[in-house]
Structure formats: structure tokens, C-alpha cells
Design a protein around this ligand. Sequence first.
Ligand code: SF4
Ligand code: SF4
Length: 423
Amino acid sequence: MTGWPLVEDAPDTADLAKCVHCGLCVNACPTYAITGLEVESPRGRIHLARAVAEDRIPLTEAVQGHWELCLQCRACEAVCPSGVPYGRIMERARAQLDAAPPAKGWQRRLRRFALRNVVARPRVLAAMLTPVRWFARSPLRGLVRASGVLRLAGPLGRLEAQLGRPGRPFRPREAAGEGNVALFTGCVMGELFGDVHRASIRVLERSGANVFAPRGQGCCGALSAHDGDLEQARRLARANIAAFEESGGEAIVVNSAGCGAAMKEYGELLAEDAEFVERAEAMAARVVDFSEYLAGRDLPAGRLRARVAYQDACHLAHAQGISAEPRALLGAVEGCELVETEGADMCCGAAGIYSLIQPAMSGELRARKAAQFREHRPDVIVTANPGCQMQYEAAVREAGIEARVLHLAEALDEAQGGESSPA
Ligand code: SF4
Ligand code: SF4
């Protein structure tokens, strides 16, 4: 007997049974750290999933609330001695909410519409974000901020606080051609963080890579998967698999931690798809994070005189197990003083679209980061994921300090001489 409304994408009974309730994950969990409540811990959420699976409790609005407060940061998964695949469990639990939402159906429908029809469609996304880029760089922004109207603007005000000064968008045609390293350009990343892609290409090429950006690639599907829309995530994964099969390139370098984690798990996502499963696994084996690719390669050391606070992106540190490589790359830069802040590996509260839909918890986590920045006064904050970069822009303002927020690729590129330095 099962209480799941969508049986084919239900959390796997064997996955749930792996949890032995030891509680070793509880103190790694940001939502438990803030609330102190068992139901807002990984163990509590798994317990609820088992109770629903065994039809002991219905899928209520309260259960939905506990699952939706989860950041899907996977800090719990990284410390679990029993190998509980928490990320997979929660994606599938959310697929149940997607199929039969006990509450806030309109919000879920709106999110699904936006993820399917805006984020996943490059032309629509570009049309939507062009005015955003213009506003972010215009004098109007200062006036709007000074007017105080943004405090009344809800999610729009929160988005504005996270917006840095986006440069030109980067589209794959800018680096078309062939090479041995295929750059994944993503959706929002290409539109709002085009300069990160350009910096990534320069740094990779200084390490000896020949980089190109395959056409036909698009959103990785992570945002849809985290929201429980596994059907859409699979559709996007298949499109990327076809694009990167055609493009060639021995490595697929990803500079967005959330996308990289999702793409390394394409085989799992398409495990039931007989036509695609092997192709998905073959593609996943080619995916490497930007810092993972550079580790051990010869790079110009460069120079950056700054106190640098590196903040782990959850989907790099916890989902991909990569935390030493970015620090080693920064540590090799002359003049770069690495400042370790408390909780550098704890989620900043960005978590995809989490900061928009769970503003209170997201704000609590951002405030913790802001307090650390205020205490340590770094000159530069470095991370490896676009959502985190946006959240740190807001945290820096909240801390009232002057620090710059950079992607790891931008920090390394600047140290190596930036645009003016040959690849
Ligand atoms: S998820 Fe892992 S660490 Fe957490 S309670 Fe279950 S077995 Fe223990
Ligand atoms: S994914 Fe993160 S927020 Fe969710 S239960 Fe695990 S540690 Fe807590």
C-alpha cells in the first residue's frame, strides 16, 4: 500500500529504508540550525516521507510546508554515514506535491509555467532579462532604491537587492567552433553572468584548453527537478545530451555548481528511459566543474592583493564533493589572503528560486553570512554559482561593507590580467 499520488516518480522505498535515524545529519542542516525543529531537519523530513509512503499519514499542507522549507542543499547527504540519497528523495517527494498539491496550487502552477515557458526558452528568457540588465546599469536604479518603493515590491524588491551589475549576455554563438573543452552556458547564467563565461574561457585557455560553446544546449533542468517537475527536467536533459553528443569535446566544463551537479546525475534522472540511459551516463562522465578541470593543470599564478573569503556553493561542496580545489586555485594566487569565515560551507539561502518563495528562511541564512562578512571584512567574496553570487550581493549590502562579489573564474582571470592578458 502506498500513499503517493504519483507512483511512478515516488521516493524509492529502498532509499527511504536506508535512513537509520541516527541524527548525524541534523546539525549540518541549515533549516534545523535556524528553527531547532525536528520536522525541519533531514531526519524529520525523511520520517514524514516514510509515513506518507506507508499510508500512515496523508499528504497534508503541513507536510508540504516542511518539505518546501528544505533548501535541497544536500549538506545532510554529504555527512550521512548510511548513504541516504536525500536529494533524490526530496526531488521525488516534491514530484508528489506537483501531482497533488495540498495547498498553494496557484503558486506552484505559476512556478511551473515560468520554469517551462520562460527559463527553459532561450529567446523568451533573453527578452525578459534584457530590460532587467538595462535597469541594473541605469541611473534609474539609484533613484528607485532611494525612493524606498522596493521595500513594498515583495519578490521584485528582493530580486533587485540581489542584482549586481550584469555585463553583456553570452550566447553560444560567441564561442562557436570546435575544441577539446565544451563550455556549458546554461539559461540565466548566460543572460546575467555573461562576463563569468568570458572569464572562464580565458582562464581555461591559459591552462592549455581549446574552448568552444556548443549550439543547441540549454537549461540543465535542475530548477525544474528541484521543484518536482521531473518530466520537464528529463526533457531538458535529453536536449542537452543530443547537443553535446553532436558537438564532441572530451570534457564539458560547467561553471555553475547547481547545473554541474544536475548534469552529473543525468544517468539517474533518465534511468528508466531505455533510449537515453546509456547516452545520459556517457554525457555525465564528461561533465566537470570549472575548478575540477583546472586542478592539477598549469596556470599562470597571477596576482591579486586582497583578503578573499571563499564561500562554498552547496551543489559544489555537498553534491559534487568539491571544496579543496577552488581554495587551492585561489591559494596559488600571489597576494591572495584566504579568509575562512564560519559557516562558509553552509547554504546562503539562495538555493535556486528559494529566496523568492521562502524569503524569511532565506533572509535568516543571508543574515548569518552578512554577520560573518561584517566581522572578517574581506575585500572579495568568491563563490562558484550564480544564485549564490546574487545572494552575496544582497549580503554585502546588508553587512554595510565594500566587498566585491566574484565568481571563481572572474577572480582567477583578474589575477591573471583579465581581458588584456593573452590566453
Ligand atoms: S539521513 Fe543519514 S545521517 Fe540522517 S538520520 Fe538518516 S541515516 Fe542518519
Ligand atoms: S537538503 Fe539541506 S535544508 Fe534540506 S534537509 Fe538536507 S541539510 Fe536540511
